[in-house]
Write a protein that binds this ligand. Structure first.
Ligand code: BMA
Length: 313
């Protein structure tokens, strides 16, 4: 790791860990992966794009959390569901997958630029434990919403998710609940972008919330304006364990901001963006993130440092 004691998140020194060259097809970019650990194995679903701007979800596997081997082909998409075929598959609109292990099953919330006139909606897949067969569960948000992520357990009998409504929700982070993962309601805003200098334009959830004694630790992203461009950085917030609509704290400073060449220059400039993190037994957290919408990178933090950064400031 590249240790710099000014920071609490440390980049892997051989970043990026996956690039388009690791994939056999006409792949121009691979980024923003969802990641989950199954025993000693890390399962990653990458967001891949080809030169015609088709998107694929592509599984890569690892036994050390660093060297990931992509499979030979992308995941096959389910067939025969009218809504999926018409609104999602028609535009290959499954991107930014976030994988949650919940009650013995693997769920993937993804963003979808649906073709029904609305812009973005959230979609839900289920996948088997070998990550071979996707099952479509439906569109699960109102338009216009993106960056959805499920909590890894029911809380007081209900499922919870974080999401990011666009204009009408003010580009803030919201939390809502559901009895069945399909029908969602009771939306509450948990964090407003105005609180964050590094996310003054937009904020959104990132990786699956991590349960800690201090609360649900959530790695989030924020966007700020910079002259003609936008800068995407990462931060953290802490939510109440019993009621995740209640904010305990958040990091006033970004925990990771673009500064390496692979974060500054790519399909988009100045972007670090996460959909997946793994909390390890040794108290560290592996954060997987997309660099400049082009490559996949790894950074590591100590979980206590992340919690500490959410304390009042
Ligand atoms: C967000 C999402 C991400 C992307 C980021 C930067 O709105 O679309 O997939 O990494 O923009 O372009």
């Amino acid at each position: 790791m590249l240790y710099d004691e000014k920071y609490i998140v440390h980049r892997y020194e051989n970043n990026p860990i996956l690039t388009k060259n690791d994939f056999p097809y006409d792949t121009v970019a691979v980024f923003n992966p969802g990641v989950v650990k199954q025993g000693s194995k890390y399962m990653m679903i990458c967001r891949c794009e080809d030169s015609s701007f088709n998107r694929y979800m592509w599984v890569a596997e690892s036994y050390d959390g660093i060297k990931f081997t992509p499979r030979l082909h992308p995941l096959e998409m389910p067939k025969g569901d009218m809504i999926f075929d018409e609104y999602v598959h028609a535009t290959k609109s499954y991107w930014d997958p976030r994988i949650t292990y919940l009650e013995g099953k693997y769920y993937i919330v993804h963003a979808a630029d649906v073709t029904n006139g609305a812009s973005c909606q959230l979609g839900l897949f289920e996948i088997d434990e070998n990550f071979e067969k996707l099952v479509w569960r439906g569109l699960i948000s109102e338009p216009d919403n993106r960056n959805g992520v499920l909590f890894p357990e029911k809380i007081n009998g209900k499922y919870y998710r974080l999401d990011r409504p666009n204009d009408n929700g003010g580009f803030d982070i919201w939390c809502c609940s559901s009895p069945d993962l399909i029908h969602w309601g009771n939306p509450r805003r948990v964090l407003a972008k105005e609180r964050l200098g590094w996310g003054e334009k937009k904020i959104g959830p990132g990786a699956v919330p991590i349960k800690t004694e201090a609360g649900w630790l959530c790695i989030i992203h924020g966007v700020r304006r910079q002259c003609t461009d936008e800068v995407y950085s990462l931060g953290v917030m802490l939510l109440d364990l019993e009621d995740p609509t209640k904010l305990i704290g958040y990091s006033a400073r970004a925990i990771l901001a673009p500064e390496m060449p692979y974060e500054l220059l790519g399909q988009s400039m100045n972007v670090v963006f996460t959909n997946g993190a793994v909390a390890e037994d040794d108290g560290t957290v592996k954060i997987y993130y997309g660099g400049a919408d082009q490559v996949i990178c790894l950074a590591i933090a100590n979980i206590n440092d992340l919690i500490e950064s959410c304390k009042p400031h």
